[in-house]
Design a protein around this ligand. Structure first.
Ligand code: B12
Ligand code: SF4
Length: 489
């Protein structure tokens, strides 16, 4: 039986960047593995970060690489595999994955395919350097068809979503598979226990956890984001029944206690959300749910918030991005502040913890805009928002702003993250970010004095209720390791 070797690369981040060292099981690749297996092929899955998240190496001077070393990766590849697939989530791992792909090709003489959000928009860079194939967008069907053609020694020409240097254009990026026909991610192939032992992930967790994706695609067009380009504009969701089946499976098979649904747009269809909540309540599964990726405000009516709370949603993220209407408008993400405050209040009444996303340093942002963001933050903290995540703008490939800072943009994409140290004005924005975080701490003490003790206790016990607590824990761990000279952090 033909074998597919899948590789999720190590984590790569700037040293000390708490925004980019978030461990999270590779759900995209686990989804592909499950589908390929369902179609009758064998899969060998190598999660280079998950296999050993304690190996830290310096990478390209300013960065760290966490996970298996290169020789261990090569050693653990299945020599019988017909095709090697590497997942490239963002520009942070692009250069590493390209080098790895070329090394594998040289040593194993096997065809290599790359895929993932970054590849979908930057595939030409991989093909130009000699990678055999790239898959654009959703990978399940495309990789199975590619695997078949490789095994039969046929041309990949015409396979939807697959490109090669001979056939550099493809027809589609969004799959036409019905969402409900997708199998559950192959978590049995991922070292989940190693992730659990880190007691940290993309969303607040307290026990055994797993991520879920219940929908794909985004019909919106925020200028700072590449999701519409990488995942497609058409939104497709699992039915409530399919969603619940996966939740039950995670509980029964892995004893999962925390599930974070990391969809870009979980609440686009309020009826679906209502039904999912109803079914969760019916099953009384006793699971803590959260929404770490930001919800659409205009769809967050009071009854939806009540339903989420009733079903066990304990945390969600609001994404105002900026306090300046001018900035929001130019980001193509108009902000209805009244709605934002109403949603925050209702979440607070329902004891749902909240985080707010802020983007600083957009190309046209002025001091006045920053002051407006500072005032928005103050109002949100007054209304009970639990934490804020402040990102510094970077033009991710595939977004409308990807031409911003063209002169200083890293050519190999290494460093395109929410702490873009390569930006000429980075130091200024990093200081403004520090000042805003200082404001956050002062206002928390002022408006929510009791919550501070709770946050500290949660950090100490490593049982988190907010992303901010996990971020602070990462910062503390970083400083402890640095001062005791452990590792290369
Ligand atoms: C959740 C998430 C995270 C999580 C968890 C990631 C994980 N382990 O799964 C965390 C928080 C860790 C994260 C981190 C970052 N992320 Co992120 N993330 C996302 C998000 C919101 C959803 C990803 C997801 O779960 N998708 C659902 C699954 C099913 O799809 P998928 O992973 O894309 O996989 C499918 C296809 O891509 C493809 N595929 C994937 N791998 C492979 C491999 C092969 C061989 C093939 C054939 C196909 C294939 O098939 C899969 C199934 O259909 C996306 C937005 C998006 N919708 O893509 C951003 C996104 C991918 N992230 C992005 C960025 C920038 C980052 C960070 C750099 C941000 C930062 N913090 O500074 C870091 C990188 C950290 C690092 N050190 O490397 C950008 C990438 C932009 C770009 N063009 O390069 C995106 C698109 C968001 C955006 N704003 O534009 N992220
Ligand atoms: S920020 Fe969210 S809503 Fe806006 S384009 Fe990206 S995924 Fe869509």
């Amino acid at each position: 039986m033909a074998i597919l070797q899948l590789i999720s690369p190590p984590m790569i981040a700037y040293r000390g960047d708490i925004f980019a060292t978030i461990p999270s099981p590779p759900i995209g690749l686990a989804s592909i593995a499950a589908y390929v297996r369902q179609q009758g092929f064998d899969v060998n899955f190598l999660d280079c970060f998950g296999e050993n998240p304690h190996i830290v190496e310096v990478y390209q001077n300013d960065f760290i690489k966490i996970g298996l070393k290169n020789d261990a990766i090569i050693q653990r590849l299945d020599r019988q595999a017909e095709l090697i697939g590497i997942s490239v989530h963002s520009g942070m791992t692009a250069a590493f994955c390209l080098a790895l792909a070329l090394e594998i090709k040289k040593l194993l003489c096997k065809p290599v395919v790359v895929g993932g959000p970054h590849v979908t928009v930057c595939y030409k860079d991989f093909l130009r350097h000699g990678v055999d194939f790239a898959v654009l967008g959703e990978g399940e069907q495309a990789i199975v068809n590619l695997l078949r053609s490789v095994c039969d020694k046929k041309s990949c020409h015409g396979i939807q979503g697959v490109v090669s240097s001979n056939y550099p254009t493809s027809t589609t990026r969004q799959s036409d598979l019905p969402m409900d026909s997708l199998p559950f991610p192959a978590w049995d192939m991922v070292p989940l226990k190693n992730y659990w032992s880190l007691k940290m992930s993309h969303s607040p967790i307290q026990g055994k956890f797993a991520p879920m994706i219940t929908s794909r695609g985004c019909p919106f067009n925020c200028a700072f984001c590449s999701t519409p380009a990488t995942s497609g504009r058409k939104w497709r969701g699992y039915s409530p029944e399919r969603t619940i089946a996966e939740i039950e499976y995670l509980k029964k098979t892995y004893g999962v206690e925390d599930i974070f649904i990391q969809d870009d747009n979980f609440n686009v269809d309020p009826d679906r959300v209502r039904r999912i909540c109803e079914l969760i309540v019916k099953l009384s599964l006793n699971i803590r749910f959260s929404l770490p990726s930001g919800v659409r405000l205009e769809k967050m009516s009071d009854d939806i918030i009540d339903a989420l709370a009733g079903a066990g949603f304990k945390y969600l993220c609001l994404a105002p991005e900026s306090g300046s209407s001018r900035v929001c408008k130019r980001l193509y993400k108009p902000l209805d502040k009244k709605r934002l405050f109403a949603v925050q209040k209702r979440c607070r009444q329902n004891k749902i913890r909240t985080g707010a996303f802020i983007i600083l340093g957009t190309p046209f942002e002025t001091c006045r805009d920053v002051l407006m963001t500072s005032s928005l933050m103050a109002k949100l903290i007054f209304l009970g928002v639990d934490d804020v995540s402040i990102f510094i703008f970077a033009p991710v490939p595939g977004s409308k702003f990807n031409n911003a800072f063209k002169r200083s943009l890293p050519q190999d994409y290494l460093g395109i993250c929410w702490s873009p140290k390569w930006r000429e004005d980075y130091i200024r924005w990093a200081w403004i970010r520090r000042v805003l975080y200082f404001e956050y701490i002062v206002l928390k003490l002022l408006f929510q004095p009791h919550s501070v003790l709770r946050h500290l206790l949660n950090i100490k016990r490593r049982r988190y209720e907010t992303k901010g607590e996990m971020g602070l824990r990462r910062l503390i761990d970083y400083w402890v390791k640095r001062t005791t000279s452990q590792g290369v952090l």
